[in-house]
Structure formats: structure tokens, C-alpha cells
Design a protein around this ligand. Structure first.
Ligand code: CTP
Length: 409
């Protein structure tokens, strides 16, 4: 049997990027031979094994054929007669379809190295279309390697468009899609992921609520970039520049969905978009079964982002309501993420990226003032149950009034 490194490990070594995860393909072996050497099978009927010591993946060379809709609809053929070239041709991109042996001798039948040098993401063969998830993968690689100058080949974009228009993306499971989306959002240029999905018509299929933001104007005084879709891309870009966590990036993507629902005659204003957007945010959250913390933050940011922008003008009672809605006493981290997302929203405006955002520290200070109200003295006065809650609220309101007075003095 012959063993080769394949896929991302070869690609990233040639790019000079640290390799994190190594996949190997085994040519000329049977399942029985693998088991006899101590390899552990990954699934009952899939020719992938884990190395007994390193835990790394070793897959028997295989060919694949699509036999139905979605990911389940696959039949594969693995036998000692399947060649390395046959295994590589079923892969997604030329830059992912190279192999190398222990001496780093490259096998590159589909010119991955040429495309690496030319900075092109190009599909290997029409077999690309057999897995619709690859539309998301290509967009993710575009986001990851954008700073190196990579773009999607026009013929690959065309194939991605055909796949998107065929309705095949609807067959993807929430789990597979979310894995790609969440990884793409954590790349350095997550806005490129959304832009590429839009360019091939996949955004309309996957997140029509986000796609609908393109072409929707906002008032130029607040939003020099005008277009809501472009604004959303800039907010995402800022979230990556400021190294925000996934929760914040997800909230950034969805914060303005309500603007896509505004009747044209009301443009460029978007009255109450914070509220109209909530059902859309909920729908996108649920479509991809986003983790609970992502779902929660997206809804809270959607509902309250304009509160944050107007923080310095809010009455003490409104400030208190905001802090209570976030349960800022027990969930300080979530409130910090909310402030982060709102700051990215403010910075994701053309020409205003560097403008200071004093609302952030102001709200941190308000949260601190409310948190410092001690419960003990109220307990000592004999308050309990709902009355204790009311007394705490009164004390917090007092503290917030004092905080406001001090801040404006
Ligand atoms: N692959 C594919 N189609 C998919 C998933 C994977 O063709 N839908 C192939 C590609 O050749 C890829 C390899 O399997 O390079 C390994 O897949 P994976 O580990 O998911 O990705 P990597 O390319 O290693 O990239 P990453 O750095 O994102 O892990």
C-alpha cells in the first residue's frame, strides 16, 4: 500500500501556512489490511480509519457517485484498484486535490499548484456539483484566502450559480451548513463569504433575509454607504478586524434584517426595524440551528442596537430596562458582546470606521453602577420576594440617575 498526504495539509504547506489537520489517502489497500494494522474504522460502512497512535485520518482511495438528493445520496467505491488520480478528481477544488508522499513528491494531476500561484479557487471537475455544500466551502475558502489575493474562477462561480438555482442547497442539513457558516464567519474576511454567496445566487437560497438588504437605502446622514447590504458587509468586516467572537459576528450579520421589510415608500427611513426584524432573525437562527448563545445575542442586538447608539440620551428608567433585559447582573459577558456588536455596527459605516464610540464605555459604566447596588441592606430592612425585587429596582434606578448626572456634569 502507498500512503499520501492530501487536501488541506498539502495546500497549506505550499502556501506557507501552518498545517493543523492532516488527512491521508491510502492506495492499494483493503479494509481488512487496515484493520490488521490496528487502524480503527470511523464509521461502520465508510472507508475512513484513524491511526492507532496519532488519531489522524487515513481514507482508502475511493470514487464517489451521487445517487440522490442531499448528502445521504452518495454511493462510493473503494478498492485496492482505485488510483490516486481517481480519488483526487472527485474533490472540490484543484488546490485541494494535490497529494504528496513522505518525501514531499507532489502528485498534482489537476494543476492545483498552478492555481495556487495564480490565486484561483477552481473546481476540479463536474463532480464538484455532487455535493452542494461545496458552494459554501468555496465561499469560505474565498473568505479565508482573500488577503492572499485569491478569487473564485468564473467557471466555478457559474457552476455554483447553477447549483444554487437548482434548489440543491435546500437539501443541506442545518448542521453541515452551520459548520461552514460558523467557520467562515471566524475567518479574517467574513464579508467575502457573504459576498461570494451573493455573487453566485446562494445567499438568496440560504438567507433570503440577508440577500434582501442589498438595494435597500438608508439615510445618507447616518449611513454614507447608503446600501443596507453593503453596510452589513462592512459591519462584518469590522467584527473580524476587532477580533470579535462568533456570537458577535452572527449578531452583526443579522442585526438589520428588519430593514429588508420596510415598504419602499418609507425609504430611506426604517421606523421600528428593530422590532420587524425579530421574526426574521428567529427564522434564520432556527434554519441553521445556530447555538443558543448565538441565537440569543442576535435577537438582543436586533432588538436593542439603536438603544445602544442612543445610550447617552436614554432616560435612567430606559437604561434600567435595557440592563434588566440583558440580565446584566448575572450575564455580564453577554452585555459586553452586545456592546461589541453595536460598536461594530457604528464602525461599519463608510468613512466612520475610526470614529470613537463613547456609548460603549458609557453603558459599561451604567452596568457597573447598577451592579454595585447591594442587596444586603435591603434584606436587613426586611424586604423579601417580589418586594425585594421592586426595592432593588428602585435602588438601581437611583444609582443610574446619579450616574447620568455625574456623566453629564
Ligand atoms: N473535500 C471535498 N468536498 C467536501 C469536503 C472535503 O472535496 N465537501 C475534500 C477536499 O479535497 C479537502 C479534503 O476533502 O481538501 C479534506 O476536507 P476538510 O478537512 O473538510 O477540508 P480541508 O481542505 O482540509 O480544509 P480546512 O483547512 O478548512 O480543514
Amino acid at each position: 500500500m502507498q500512503i499520501f498526504k492530501v487536501g488541506g495539509a498539502v495546500r497549506d504547506r505550499l502556501l506557507g501556512i501552518p498545517v493543523t489537520d492532516v488527512d491521508r489517502v491510502v492506495v492499494g489497500a483493503t479494509t481488512e489490511e487496515m484493520l490488521a494494522q490496528g487502524f480503527r474504522p470511523v464509521g461502520a460502512d465508510f472507508p475512513v480509519f484513524l491511526h492507532p497512535k496519532t488519531g489522524e485520518e487515513y481514507a482508502l482511495a475511493r470514487t464517489e457517485r451521487k445517487s440522490g438528493r442531499g448528502y445521504g445520496g452518495f454511493t462510493f467505491h473503494a478498492s485496492p484498484g482505485v488510483t490516486l488520480e481517481e480519488d483526487l478528481i472527485r474533490r472540490d477544488l484543484t488546490i485541494n486535490a494535490m497529494a504528496e508522499d513522505d518525501q514531499q513528491n507532489l502528485t498534482d494531476p489537476y494543476h492545483g499548484q498552478r492555481d495556487l500561484e495564480a490565486r484561483i479557487l477552481r473546481h476540479v471537475s463536474p463532480a464538484f456539483a455532487e455535493d452542494p455544500l461545496r458552494v459554501l466551502r468555496v465561499a469560505r475558502f474565498a473568505a479565508r484566502y482573500a488577503s492572499l489575493g485569491f478569487t473564485v474562477a468564473p467557471e466555478t462561480l457559474k457552476l455554483m450559480r447553477q447549483l444554487s438555482e437548482s434548489g440543491e442547497l435546500q437539501a443541506l442539513t442545518a448542521e453541515r451548513s452551520w459548520k461552514e457558516i460558523s467557520r467562515a464567519l471566524m475567518e479574517d474576511q467574513p464579508q467575502v463569504f457573504i459576498q461570494v454567496l451573493r455573487d453566485c445566487g446562494a445567499l438568496k437560497e440560504l438567507m433570503p433575509e440577508v440577500d434582501a438588504l442589498f438595494g435597500v437605502p438608508q439615510p445618507e446622514v447616518h449611513h454614507p454607504e447608503i446600501d443596507t447590504g453593503l453596510h452589513t458587509l462592512s459591519v462584518l468586516e469590522q467584527s473580524a478586524l476587532h477580533k470579535q467572537p462568533l456570537t458577535v459576528r452572527w449578531a452583526c450579520l443579522l442585526h438589520d434584517l428588519g430593514k429588508g421589510l420596510t415598504p419602499e415608500e418609507e425609504w430611506p427611513r426604517h421606523i421600528a426595524h428593530e422590532h420587524t426584524g425579530l421574526k426574521l432573525i428567529k427564522a434564520v437562527n432556527e434554519r441553521f440551528k445556530a447555538p443558543k448563545d448565538c441565537q440569543e445575542l442576535a435577537l438582543l442586538v436586533g432588538k436593542y442596537h439603536t438603544h445602544c447608539h442612543r445610550a447617552l440620551e436614554l432616560k435612567a428608567s430606559t437604561l434600567l430596562e435595557l440592563l434588566q433585559s440583558f440580565d446584566v447582573y448575572r450575564r455580564p459577558q453577554r452585555f459586553e458582546e452586545f456592546i461589541g456588536a453595536c460598536e461594530m455596527d457604528a464602525r461599519g459605516r463608510k468613512g466612520l470606521e475610526q470614529r470613537s464610540y463613547p456609548q460603549a464605555d458609557y453603558l459599561r459604566g451604567a452596568a457597573q453602577a447598577a451592579r454595585e447596588v447591594a442587596v444586603q441592606p435591603l434584606l436587613e430592612k426586611g424586604f423579601k420576594g417580589p418586594e425585594l425585587g421592586e426595592a432593588l429596582k428602585r435602588e438601581r434606578l437611583k444609582a443610574l440617575k446619579a450616574y447620568k448626572d455625574k456623566a453629564s456634569a
